[in-house]
Ligand binder design. Structure first.
Ligand code: SAH
Length: 347
């Protein structure tokens, strides 16, 4: 897809230094090139303070381009912007920029499609196509900022895909976007959301990245959770809670439970009490989200009065809880509404 070239925006400054040194270049070149890359150049010719022969050499060895905006939608209601980016191999992914009082937040995809099969989510309908590379995730952030003119201060890995199913590429992306010489987005401004691939929690915890881990819980009991989230089968809620507890102990970072409220499925009083017990044990914050309706799904959102009662039950049990405001509803940009779009023109 890249004609055998290395995607240069996937390289960390120290890797770039190494590559350029091996090409016989002076020590400062790596930094120069990284700085251009971070400014969103789309070709080596734009690196005007580099000798021409070096630019040509780089172009022969490395891949560098800007992703194409296949489609851009602006929400008239709340200023949310949704992008459909065309990737080098003809695939496409969606990115959403949301405007909050505490700063602009970009919600990025981590895979083309998803194989987790959650029953209420549109992103998984076509299955997994391929992993996203570190540079592709970085470019979602970089070009959303450049195109929208909105300075990005927070990142959530809550778009299409399961970040822990693309572990190494996601970690590399986090290091890239965190680089002080690059986009310099602090780990404490990044949330990684997972459906609960517990076998990766310890590895993530050991990296001690100081990001926020969001666990898509959506049900406190195995019967319900396994029904709506296949990732629970063979793992189970008890194993998930153990993994969360270890993660909290290792990193000292409070975990957040995502809980999409589905009418008659996960919103009973008994489920509120069980959820409260889990949250108290882990010291987790609970984020209630009214389910966003997805056309292909029979699930409906819990009515507002029921959400209020559920919230009260949690609060009374001493749990820290918020109800998330949904943005971008008028442009299908809300949680669970992003879907894989195969190619240009199909959007
Ligand atoms: N795979 C990761 C991240 C992507 S989904 C994960 O599972 O966490 C981001 C969040 O949106 C998850 O909490 C997911 O469960 C939630 N979600 C999916 N479909 C939804 C829907 N229809 N309504 C509300 N939230 C939904």
């Amino acid at each position: 897809m890249l004609d055998g070239k290395i995607a240069i925006r996937s390289l960390l400054p120290e890797e770039l230094d190494e590559e350029l040194r091996a090409m016989g270049e002076p020590a400062y070149r790596g930094r120069q090139v990284f700085s251009w890359l971070s400014r969103g150049v789309s070709g080596f010719d734009e690196m005007t303070n580099l000798p021409r022969r070096l630019r040509e050499k780089l172009a022969g060895r490395y891949y560098l381009a800007a992703p194409e905006v296949l489609r851009k939608q602006n929400s008239l209601r709340d200023g949310t912007v949704k992008y459909l980016w065309g990737l080098a191999d003809g695939n496409a992914v969606e990115t959403v920029v949301m405007r909050y009082h505490h700063g602009n937040t970009v919600c990025i995809s981590t895979q083309v499609g998803c194989r987790q099969g959650c029953a209420f989510c549109a992103s998984t309908i076509g299955g997994l196509v391929r992993q996203l590379e570190p540079y592709e995730m970085l470019e979602e952030v970089m070009f959303s900022e450049l195109d929208s003119g909105l300075k990005i201060s927070n990142i959530v890995l809550m778009g299409i895909g399961e970040p822990l199913d693309n572990f190494d590429n996601v970690i590399k992306f986090l290091k890239l976007v965190n680089c002080p010489q690059g986009m310099d987005i602090g780990m404490r401004h990044i949330s990684l959301s997972t459906c609960g691939l517990t076998e990766r929690f310890d590895k993530l915890g050991e990296l001690n990245l100081q990001l926020t881990l969001s666990v898509s819980l959506h049900a406190p009991d195995d019967e319900t959770r396994s029904r709506i989230m296949p990732a629970n089968r063979g793992r189970g809620v008890a194993q998930l809670m153990d993994a969360c507890e270890r993660y909290f102990e290792t990193t000292g970072r409070r975990i957040s439970f995502e809980y999409a409220m589905i009418d008659g499925v996960n919103d009973s009083d008994e489920q509120a009490r069980l959820l409260a017990a889990h949250a108290r044990r882990i010291g987790a914050h609970v984020n209630l989200i009214p389910l966003n309706h997805v056309e292909e799904s029979r699930f409906m959102p819990t009515p507002p009065e029921r959400i209020r009662r559920f919230r009260e039950l949690l609060e009374r049990a001493g749990v820290n809880v918020t109800v998330r405001r949904s943005l971008g509803g008028d442009i299908d940009a809300s949680c669970g509404q992003l879907r894989k779009k195969a190619a240009a023109g199909r959007a």
